[in-house]
Design a protein around this ligand. Structure first.
Ligand code: C2E
Ligand code: CA
Ligand code: CA
Length: 261
């Protein structure tokens, strides 16, 4: 019997995934085609005080594949730990380089994923990289989504606590999308939240919602970053709400380091 349209679409997706995974397997050993772009973060006065490193990959076959698609494949196929180490080394070397060029950034934020943290050696590699570059733990921000903490709970939480104890800041990414309560985050020793851009741009939520979240986070001594700020109106609303840092296309798009003015 011929497959239905839905079955065929499903099979096509699986084949496409396998193809991307094959390209990844070829790229990862030398990190060919991988690069980082940097998105600025501004304080309430509009000064650029930080950057988030975001991974890009050009498979070299003419098609572009975004991190939302290839990062889960790196995780599923056991390649994320090696890539994550490269990200840590590149992003932190770049912070040193920015500072040498007179760009005064307080912090570089790096996305990490659960399977990466669950593997032994993440914390020691990060700490030795920070040491070797002459940086301090406070120069680094680590971002993790709530789902990533829950998926590999014990091993992940252990790494989070070790690094928190050593002075590293942890932010929960995409906050407001899942089930995490601020109390739970505090128990896991997260030091801040990043409000998801769907929350930042929501127009159908009660007006007191974001100020309420910010108030609660601050009461628990956590910082709040608003992500996905695209308009002056949203920037005003996020500043009124008391957010500590703003990030989004309005402040700046993610760009390669040499385009960072
Ligand atoms: P994320 O950590 O939530 O990153 C924010 C995403 O929002 C980025 O997408 C960024 O380009 C996009 N963005 C920033 N400002 C705006 C805005 O104003 N409007 C809109 N519409 N979008 C905005 P990107 O670079 O495609 O990254 C997607 C996700 O891939 C990231 O989400 C993160 O979860 C993951 N990722 C990226 N780099 C890495 C990495 O080095 N390691 C790991 N484990 N994950 C990464
Ligand atoms: Ca992030
Ligand atoms: Ca996010």
């Amino acid at each position: 019997m011929a497959p239905t349209l839905a079955e065929q679409a499903f099979r096509d997706r699986i084949i496409a995934k396998r193809q991307i995974a094959n390209y990844l397997r070829k790229s990862v050993p030398t990190m060919a085609g991988f690069s980082l772009v940097y998105q600025p973060q501004a304080d309430p006065a509009g000064r650029i005080v930080g950057a988030e490193a975001l991974l890009r990959w050009d498979p070299g076959c003419g098609h572009s594949v975004g991190p939302d698609e290839f990062v889960p494949l790196l995780e599923d196929y056991g390649m994320i730990a090696g890539v994550g180490r490269w990200v840590v080394e590149q992003a932190l070397s770049q912070l040193v380089d920015f500072r040498e060029r007179g760009i005064r950034l307080r912090r570089m934020s790096i996305n990490v994923s659960g399977p990466e943290l669950a593997k032994r050696g993440f914390a020691s590699h990060l700490m030795s990289t920070v040491d070797a570059l002459g940086l301090q733990p406070s120069d680094v921000g680590l971002e993790l989504t709530e789902g990533q903490v829950l998926s590999d709970a014990e091993a992940v939480v252990k790494t989070v606590r070790t690094l928190h104890g050593a002075g590293y800041a942890w932010e929960i990414d995409d906050f407001g999308m899942g089930y995490a309560s601020i109390r739970w985050l505090r128990k896991q020793q997260f030091t801040g939240v990043k409000l998801d851009r769907s929350l930042v741009n929501a127009t159908d939520e009660p007006p007191g919602l974001i100020p309420g979240i910010v108030y609660l986070a601050h009461a628990l001594e956590m910082t709040v970053v608003a992500e996905g700020v695209e308009t002056a109106e949203r920037r005003e609303a996020m500043l009124q709400a008391g957010c500590d840092l703003l990030q989004g296309y309005l402040i700046g798009r993610p760009v390669p380091a040499d385009e960072w003015a």
